[in-house]
Design a protein around this ligand. Structure first.
Ligand code: DC
Length: 226
């Protein structure tokens, strides 16, 4: 039997990780897993239920009441929180502004990593996030570390929000939020965002989506047994 392959994509906020991951998954017939959506959905639950992140036992207890599931439709990844579709709500500012704090929590990370590792056990997947190549799948044979100019990243995320009808957030707010999350993600104690030694750097500031996909496919092909 062919062994399953896990492709790990890490990098800064809003630098096109999910776009590349989705395109790769589609091209290869793999499952796409958006690990950030899991941290976002947990954050949404904490906000709705007023969970105090500094209270470890409240956090541990809350996690027992959270069930996350992914549903793939046309390679768009949809996430449900206790059966409710929350894919759009988790992208809005209240979640974006609180997700760094929630995702820095040791107990939260421990639980999410456990669930993510289970997903890659028997299936070929492309998973994007911040610690996929370093912590979740350190033995993955193919890791990408994505980066791009922060201004370009903010513009891309701003346009994405606008296209979904969100006109309440300014470009400056998006830029500030990205800068804040980059700082929090790279400096936190629990599995901070760092490039795995064996991760391939992909700076897509000046690359089209097709160029990025071609670059990535070029690295995947030697690993596929045909
Ligand atoms: O990929 P994203 O921007 O939707 O992720 C939201 C937040 O979740 C991000 O600010 C950091 C956190 N995150 C994480 O800590 N580890 C991951 N594997 C994925 C996301």
């Amino acid at each position: 039997m062919k062994k399953n392959l896990v492709i790990a994509i890490d990098g800064y906020s809003s630098c096109g990780k999910s776009t590349l991951a989705k395109a790769l998954a589609k091209k290869l017939g793999f499952i796409y897993v958006d690990s950030g959506a899991m941290y976002r959905a947990v954050t949404l639950y904490f906000l709705r239920n007023n969970i105090d992140v500094s209270d470890d036992s409240a956090v541990a207890d809350a996690l027992q009441h959270i069930e996350l599931n992914f549903h793939s439709r046309d390679y768009e990844s949809h996430i449900t929180l206790n059966g409710e579709e929350v894919s759009d709500e988790i992208r809005l500012m209240p979640v974006s502004q609180n997700v760094s704090e929630v995702s820095a929590h040791k107990i939260v990370r421990h639980e999410m990593v456990k669930q993510q590792q289970r997903m890659g056990k028997s299936k070929s997947i492309v998973m994007d996030g911040r610690d996929i190549g370093t912590t979740v799948f350190p033995n993955s044979p193919l890791k990408f570390f994505m980066t791009a100019d922060p201004k370009i990243r903010a513009e891309r995320r701003f346009k994405e929000l606008e296209s979904k009808g969100n006109n309440q957030t300014t470009l400056e707010e998006v830029f500030e939020n990205l800068a804040h999350r980059d700082y929090a993600d790279t400096t936190r104690k629990e599995s901070p965002l760092v490039r795995a030694d064996d991760a391939i750097i992909l700076d897509n500031t000046n690359l089209t989506q097709d160029e990025q996909l071609a670059f990535a496919i070029g690295r995947v092909e030697p690993l596929l047994d045909r």
